[in-house]
Design a protein around this ligand. Structure first.
Ligand code: HGY
Ligand code: MN
Ligand code: MN
Length: 409
């Protein structure tokens, strides 16, 4: 049965992978028509798997497969359907579709367990459109900051407006937080997005902890000038200052074990080939499994930005966007997941996650666990992202066994 379900999951990943806000590449920001089309399709698959489907005030899509009795506890399963720009088709979507497949298996066998299952497709895990990530999972656990509703995207649309247009209800987000008392915990299936499982020749792995993330930004403000008439020694070139900072940040990361720093976005103005850049703003994504190391590194980078600005006669403005502490996965659920992996004939390797996930939010309030699926070459956030269908079948079998063990209590 898992082989058939895995083939179906692969087909569905391809279908969702073709639903994009941009022609030729997969880019699916939150609250867009592409996301609405994906919700419509995934809701239909949830209903076909015997689930009752709803969309909450912040746009989380939730399919519920009730238990064999009313007062049952609930196991949450999920991931996200939004993507980065020029994305692969498995980051997020695989976890939602494997969750639906595990429920479909029960439904097709006419089985109801002693626990209820809810498959959640979380809103805005990536933060592509508005910069602040994990919106849906934070809202679901009741930790949504209403100030975020006024954050705008590049077009000047606020989260509140985008959510309302999408059919959400910004005013009801806090009231719509899910009650936690009936939750057994949360389990997320996700591609590893790294090379370890492939190197170890393993189809799946168990996540030990999820890295802490500092999302910040810095802008450098210099003086525009004529490219032909301002001597080099008189320039206050914002882009050269930014370039010096980016290389300094790379050096700090290379010299600090386990630290990764990425500048993924850069905007400059005025943006003419014969004008010395006056303003540059860039994003900084900084991660480490130790919160202390991460915070110290962020402070060091902030000092370096100021020093470079002074040296070059420009002005640096540092802007903290989001701080997320590292979150260990629940020990009891890790043990349960390991038992499920062994029962399915694989080795229960534990590994940390360098990527952020909704599980790091759910893990703040309920026991959380993650099952990683091997991805080809460890490639992710890249259209070349790929998984083996056999590994998807294994992940469905492991999740199904994990669900059964959770029902046994
Ligand atoms: O950025 C991340 O780690 C995840 O892809 N949102
Ligand atoms: Mn991602
Ligand atoms: Mn993801």
């Amino acid at each position: 049965m898992e082989a058939e379900l895995a083939a179906e999951v692969m087909q569905r990943c391809a279908i969702l992978g073709a639903i994009s806000a941009e022609a030729q590449i997969l880019t699916r920001p939150s609250f867009t028509p592409a996301m609405r089309a994906v919700h419509t399709q995934v809701a239909a698959w949830m209903e076909a798997a015997g689930m009752h489907v709803r969309e909450d005030a912040v746009g989380n899509l939730i399919g519920r497969y009730s238990a064999d009795h009313a007062a049952a506890r609930t196991l949450l399963i999920g991931s996200h359907l939004d993507t980065v720009r020029d994305a692969g088709r498995y980051d997020g979507a695989l976890g939602v579709l494997v969750g639906i497949a595990a429920v479909a298996q029960l439904h097709r066998a006419g089985r109801r367990l002693s626990i209820a299952l809810e498959v959640v497709a979380f809103t805005d895990e990536e933060g592509l459109r508005f910069g602040s990530a994990l919106l849906g999972s934070r809202a679901l656990i009741g930790k949504f900051d209403p100030a975020l509703l006024s954050v705008t995207d590049a077009a000047g649309t606020t989260i509140g407006t985008a959510l309302r247009t999408f059919g959400g209800n910004p005013e009801q987000i806090s009231a719509a937080a899910r009650p936690l008392h009936d939750l057994i915990g949360y389990c997320e299936v996700h591609i590893e997005q790294g090379p370890l499982l492939e190197a170890k020749h393993l189809p799946v792995g168990i996540v030990s902890a999820i890295t802490g993330i500092s999302r910040t930004g810095v802008s450098f403000h210099g003086v525009a000038g004529h490219a032909g008439t301002v001597p080099m020694e008189l320039r206050h070139d914002a882009l050269c200052a930014a370039a010096a900072f980016i290389l300094a940040a790379e050096t700090v990361a290379r010299n600090t074990a386990g630290l990764v720093v990425t500048v993924g976005q850069l905007d400059l103005a005025p943006g003419a080939s014969n004008v010395i850049p006056a303003r540059v703003s860039l994003s900084i994504d900084l991660r480490h499994q130790s919160d202390r190391t991460r915070i110290e590194a962020a402070m060091l980078l902030r000092e370096k930005a100021a020093a470079i600005a002074t040296e070059r006669g420009v002005h640096a403005v540092w802007e903290d966007v989001q701080e997320i502490d590292a979150v260990p996965m629940d020990a009891a659920l890790r043990t349960r997941l390991a038992a499920a992996v062994v029962a399915c004939g694989s080795e229960p390797l534990e590994l940390p996650s360098g990527a952020g996930h909704d599980a790091m939010v759910l893990g703040l309030v309920v026991p959380a666990a993650m099952l990683f699926v091997r991805c080809v070459g460890g490639i992710s956030h890249n259209p070349a992202e790929a998984v083996h269908e056999g590994d998807v079948a294994t992940s469905i079998a492991v999740l199904s066994r994990f669900i059964e063990l959770s029902a046994e209590g």
